[in-house]
Design a protein around this ligand. Structure first.
Ligand code: FES
Length: 575
């Protein structure tokens, strides 16, 4: 036998040895029918798959994986597909976000422990994208992301309906007596009528756009519908490209620079992206030891107009977005705000990818001079109610409520809210501020998407559609309203939110970036003495680990010991 160690490839530490260990690694792989030359020093490409039938948005990813494999073979690589924990937003309880960090650990350890030289991450549903990026970032191998793509536009009784967004609308209409329950049930099948993830500009579409804006995906990664044949072509091209990335030793840390994150924040403003991107991008950046946080979100988003007219803020859906030109057309339109030299996975700069991108439909991708919203970024609020920050998405809010003073109506947790909101005797009017506590990272646990809590029925019956709401929760990217989210520190960590009581006055000033609780420091100190910290949701297992180590929203809700890069070196053999 000859020594197979070639080109310094990481996988050759497993497959390249002419000894007992090399035999063990190769022989068992050969039980899958892999020919001898699979191990001859060609780049081994991991295909990290979040396929699961319990994650409907990712249920088609086995087909995408096959396309990536074709590309890897064509370029002379050796593809190996492996599963990691899949997070389905629509099924997981208490909330998929509770498990994002667990999936990131699975990804990180699976990449590091196995013989691979580069990795393609197959993602789709909301949390799968940040989870896999976080894990891969901590390893720092050559990495490329292929998103599964959005569903085709929903259709119901002759019109387009959007994932999530129209569920919230329909549900409010049923509660207000304007839609029958039978019609409501009828809309289910029309809303989700093809493989793919939510097709509004919700969190999945936002994160797929972030992948493209960060340079981690091929051009058009964000918008090609899941069932469009061009999604398969993109996957095949990604398979070809990752092999070259290994040969060129282009690592994830060379793509995910501070400039890349700044580009992503700009693009998030332009697309009217989900507030969830705030915590996810901060968490990914901190895995790379980058100095990136809430202040960057506020600073970089201020002068960016939202030009993509997609639900929930606008009218159209991801399918329309792709036909209009997709994300490259958006990046071209806001080119003055983009770091043009940022490198992307296809070996070109972001500007080389987007400088000539056509816009086929200015109704969907509007001219920056005629935007959907002038200031489309994320507003970061501070004040005595949110010493470590809170966020609000101006493009989803009601302009008349952006400066508001109102009486607090407080719900101690989500169960209290559900019981109390339907009470006809609840002392509330449309000028009140609804306050929901204990739905943050530790409190729920998992920082559920309940911050856009529905309005009291008696307010809805008046035809009122929006009220100021404040919580430590997140909000579905498909939701809308004047909703203050991610209040930090959260109530369950002893943040001032825990001390708010019915009847307190709260002031929101979005332009001034202020969130103020009009209660004296002395009174707050008195209330704090009566406050008791909650118990962990479970006495052991992952949920206990999560509860004990989770960081607050301003730090990305990662587990404290997962922050940073740990590399991909494994010094010891397994036998
Ligand atoms: Fe998976 Fe919306 S439920 S993307």
């Amino acid at each position: 036998m000859t020594d197979r160690k070639k080109d310094g490839l990481r996988s050759q530490a497993w497959f390249g040895k002419a000894d007992k260990d090399g035999f063990l690694h190769r022989s068992w792989m050969k039980n899958q029918g892999m020919p001898e030359d699979s191990f001859d020093g060609r780049p081994v490409i991991g295909i990290c798959n979040t396929f699961s039938e319990l994650t409907p948005c990712n249920a088609h990813l086995r087909g995408i994986a096959e396309r990536v494999k074709r590309g890897v073979y064509e370029a002379g690589g050796f593809p190996v597909e492996f599963p990691v924990m899949s997070l389905g937003e629509s099924n997981l309880r208490p909330t998929a976000m509770l498990f994002r960090n667990l999936a990131s650990m699975d990804t990180e350890e699976s990449i590091r422990a196995n013989p691979m030289d580069g990795v393609v991450l197959l993602v789709g549903c909301d949390k799968t994208t940040p989870a896999l990026l976080m894990g891969a970032a901590s390893c720092d191998l050559p990495t490329l992301v292929v998103s599964g793509g959005p569903m085709l536009s929903g259709r119901f009784r002759g019109r387009q309906i959007g994932s999530g967004t129209d569920v919230f609308k329909f549900s409010e209409e049923v509660r207000a007596g304007k839609m029958s329950l039978a019609d409501f049930m009828d809309a289910e099948a029309g809303m989700s009528r093809s493989p793919g993830h939510c097709m509004t500009m919700g969190t999945a579409s936002t994160m797929a756009s972030m992948v493209e804006a960060l340079g981690m995906g091929m051009p058009h990664n964000a918008a090609i519908p899941a069932v469009d044949s061009r999604r398969n072509a993109l996957a095949q091209n990604a398979g070809r490209r990752i092999v070259d990335m290994v040969r060129e030793d282009v690592r994830i840390s060379q793509i995910l620079t501070k400039e890349a994150f700044e580009n992503a924040v700009r693009v998030n403003g332009a697309i009217g992206g989900s507030t969830n991107a705030v915590v996810h991008l901060i968490a990914i950046a901190r895995r790379l030891d980058l100095d990136f946080g809430l202040e960057d979100w506020d600073r970089l988003g201020r002068d960016i107009p939202t030009i993509v007219d997609l639900m929930p803020s606008g009218r159209f859906l991801m399918e329309d977005f792709y036909y209009a030109g997709g994300l490259p057309a958006v990046i071209r339109a806001i080119g003055d705000h983009i770091h043009k030299d940022a490198m992307t996975v296809n070996g070109r700069t972001i500007w080389q990818n987007c400088a000539e991108a056509p816009n086929y439909n200015p109704d969907v991708i509007r001219d920056p001079a005629n935007p959907l919203t002038e200031n489309g970024g994320i507003a970061v609020l501070r004040g005595n109610l949110a010493p470590k920050g809170a966020v609000l998405k101006p493009s989803a809010a009601t302009p008349g409520l952006m400066q508001h003073r109102g009486r607090a109506v407080v719900f101690e947790d989500i169960e209290h809210y559900k019981k109390r909101i339907i009470d006809p005797d609840l002392d509330v009017d449309e000028n009140c501020v609804l306050v929901l506590k204990n739905c943050g990272p530790r409190g729920y646990p998992g920082m559920a998407e309940v911050g856009n809590m529905g309005l009291p029925p008696k307010i809805l019956e008046k035809g009122v559609k929006d009220m100021v709401r404040v919580s430590d929760a997140r909000m579905s990217g498909t939701a809308y309203g004047t909703v203050v989210l991610h209040t930090a520190p959260e109530a369950a960590a002893g943040g001032p939110l825990a001390l708010v009581r019915d009847g307190d006055m709260i002031e929101l000033d979005v332009a001034g970036r202020r969130l103020h609780l009009d209660v004296s420091d002395e009174e707050l100190a008195r209330r704090r003495e009566a406050w008791t910290a909650p118990e962990p949701p479970m006495s052991g297992g992952y949920q206990k680990l999560y509860f004990d180590t989770v960081l607050q929203a301003d730090e990305g809700v990662d587990l404290d010991f997962l922050v940073g890069q740990r590399g991909a070196a494994v010094p010891r053999e397994s036998h």
